[in-house]
Design a protein around this ligand. Structure first.
Ligand SMILES: *Cc1c(COP(=O)(O)O)cnc(C)c1O
Length: 383
């Protein structure tokens, strides 16, 4: 983390113009009839809830999904005027906050539905229905029973939503099954809007889009569905400072467990980044980092505060102590790091965001980004 005394040794940089470009790419893909809602849960996947929301509002985003009430209150108290929906928190207990702060609960079960209907005031709500994911959401039997009781007619949900289990694999038949089940509920309840697809679902085609797509990963540059050519811009980059450079003789061990042994006399850099910053331990001996146009392998285990790099083939002028090495950027992205480490890219992003000092790169021409803000949709009615 940075301190008052000096700049950070690890820089996790977030390119807000790339984020905005990804929002526009997805908006163009789904077309003008479909709203793109931003999923900013978990501190916007580690990239910073308020900063990310502000940048997306500039390009016309008017609906945000957060994980819980705490995130919703933080967003609202940062003067974010857009609609904010809470994926899961106790509406029955905290209804007063939802009402006073103008927040929208996602109703996930019959207890919450009961609380919604008991609320005297008219409370806008979204309804999550289970379609084959077995996480949160009303089971179909409960949807049907509630429908037959007339409750939905008296107090209809503004949005009915469900979540896909396998949208990263376009050919998986579970996608069709979930879409058909969701379609059945949508046709039964006739809500003003439906929402099924998250990022990867955007690429499954029109029949998955309904009225709102809920996009997280793709905004942050993750290509979950492996679309080629990748239309998304990388949003996160990562640099770390070189603390020291040492010469290591041939056949010496580097790091814990001696998992790397030099095969020649080597120059080895100690970089100020470790797993506490969110660099996956399992990427040891598997990735390369960059100095200018040069690439250099990460060797030996990742330790808590440090990682070691074989600099032997990089000109000494580029990589002395105090210089910065690039771990993530345009050439090597979060997706690549996650694949090399055998972990989930969203996990890498949230951990890096939590473990590093964040810096924001803003658009050089914000007016261009603002030009087509908020023109395509009627504001989300709060009834
Ligand atoms: C996290 C989440 C999303 C966003 O998923 P991405 O694949 O990151 O776009 C959408 N809907 C629900 C219910 C989620 O939990």
């Amino acid at each position: 983390m940075s301190s008052l005394l000096r700049p950070a040794d690890v820089v996790f940089e977030i390119d807000l113009a790339a984020l905005q470009a990804n929002f526009q790419t997805i908006s163009a893909l789904v077309g003008p009839g479909v709203r793109v809602a931003a999923v900013v849960k978990s501190d916007a996947y580690g990239l910073g809830l308020v900063e990310i929301a502000r940048a997306l509002i500039q390009v016309g985003c008017d609906l945000f999904f957060v994980a819980n009430l705490d995130e919703a209150l933080l967003l609202r108290s940062s003067h974010i005027g857009a609609a904010i929906a809470v994926f899961c928190d106790e509406f029955a207990k905290f209804g007063q906050y939802y009402r006073s702060m103008g927040l929208i609960p996602v109703v996930n079960n019959c207890i919450e539905l009961h609380a919604i209907n008991a609320a005297r005031e008219t409370q806008t709500y979204f309804l999550n229905v289970e379609s084959g994911f077995s996480r949160l959401g009303l089971a179909f039997v409960d949807v049907r029973r509630t429908y037959l009781s007339g409750t939905f007619e008296q107090h209809p949900p503004s949005v009915v939503l469900s979540h896909l289990a396998c949208s990263e694999r376009a050919e998986d038949p579970i996608n069709v099954l979930q879409r058909n089940r969701f379609r059945a509920v949508y046709d039964l309840l006739r809500p003003s809007r439906g929402s099924l697809a998250a990022s990867a679902g955007v690429w499954l085609g029109k029949s998955y889009h309904f009225d709102i797509v809920r996009v997280g990963s793709a905004l942050y540059g993750l290509n979950n569905a492996g679309i080629e050519p990748n239309p998304l811009q990388p949003v996160a980059s990562l640099r770390a400072k070189i603390l020291d450079v040492r010469n290591v003789a041939r056949r010496e061990a580097v790091g814990y467990g001696a998992t790397f042994r030099t095969i020649r006399t080597s120059r080895v850099a100690i970089a100020a980044i470790g797993y506490k910053h969110g660099l996956p331990w399992t990427c040891a001996n598997k990735i390369s980092v960059r100095f200018g146009g040069y690439s250099a392998p990460l060797i030996g285990r990742i330790s808590m505060e440090y990682a070691t790099i074989d600099l032997t083939d990089v000109p000494a002028a580029l990589c002395g102590p105090g210089s910065f090495v690039e771990l993530l950027g345009k050439d090597f992205k979060v997706d690549d790091l996650a694949a090399a480490a055998g972990v989930n890219p969203q996990e890498v992003l949230t951990r890096l965001g939590a473990g590093c000092a964040r810096q924001y790169l803003t658009s050089s021409s914000p007016s261009a980004a603002q030009a087509n803000a908020g023109e395509r949709h009627e504001p989300l009615a709060l009834e």
